[in-house]
Design a protein around this ligand. Structure first.
Ligand code: PEP
Length: 252
């Protein structure tokens, strides 16, 4: 049985005071929730203050990105060890905004995934097709290519620790959500890809989140699908009420 996992990706939003206030509110409201893993992923400059705000609560800390090198002359970058040092458990890797706006390749994501695993951080690896790719019927080809490229050299034991986020790019921040059936079809396909590469046990243990305009109003239908194990939430994670409204969609 996979434990659901809901994570908030705050992206480049909020300021120091509002980040702390949001983290405190989520931590407070999460106190009464059982049976789900929760995380918030603030901008890197606020990781430290948010770590303090969620300390001792049910809410874990995640980063939105990292660099694959352990240290050295890489101006502006942050290593996996630094994220661990500051209290992160998770790191989002290969988000579509990093792939499509900042030019990250599967090879770049792969180096980061291997470095995160080495540091015992849990990567949340994002995969997802563009609208023209979906319309051309190429969704699973894209997902397979991104999976193979981003997760090259990952052993079975490491794979079982990774979280995948299926995020169709056309549904991110657009208000256009994939139907539960569209999402479930890709999640099931992903589980088959994992099973073919590893085995059934690994495939059944990997958590696959859905991401793309998840809100309290659509969460229950999406999260009710057998192969959707949680959500990576952007816009709706910026208010405690809507983030916790999505958690409520699990019906726990
Ligand atoms: C995201 O950026 O990971 C995301 C899913 O954003 P939104 O929920 O705003 O579509």
């Amino acid at each position: 049985m996979r434990r659901p996992f809901i994570a908030g990706n705050w992206k480049m939003n909020l300021d120091r005071a509002s980040a702390v206030a949001l983290a405190e509110e989520v931590a407070k409201e999460a106190a009464g929730v059982e049976g789900v893993d929760l995380a918030v992923c603030p901008p890197s400059v606020y990781l430290d203050v948010v770590a303090a705000a969620v300390a001792g609560s049910k809410v874990a800390l995640g980063a939105q990105n990292m660099y694959h090198q352990p240290n050295g002359a890489f101006t502006g970058e942050i290593s996996a060890a630094m994220l661990c040092d500051i209290g992160c458990r998770y790191v989002i890797l290969g988000h579509s905004e990093r792939r499509h706006i900042l030019g990250e390749t599967d090879e770049d994501v792969n180096k980061k995934v291997l470095a995160a695993l080495e540091a015992r951080l849990t990567p949340i690896v994002c995969l997802g097709e563009l609208l023209p790719e979906r319309e051309a019927g190429r969704t699973m080809n894209v997902i397979r290519r991104q999976f193979n490229g981003s997760l090259a050299g990952v052993h079975a034991e490491q794979m079982a620790r990774i979280v995948i986020a299926y995020e169709p790019v056309w549904a991110i921040g657009t208000g256009k959500v994939a139907t539960p059936q569209q999402a479930e079809e890709v999640h099931l396909g992903l589980r088959k890809i994992i099973e073919n590469r590893y085995n059934q046990e690994v495939a059944q243990s990997v958590r696959i989140q859905y991401g793309g305009s998840v809100k309290p109003e659509n969460a229950a239908d999406l999260l009710g699908q057998p192969n959707i194990d949680g959500a990576l939430v952007g816009g709706a994670s910026l208010k405690a009420e809507s983030f916790m409204g999505i958690v409520a969609g699990l019906g726990l």
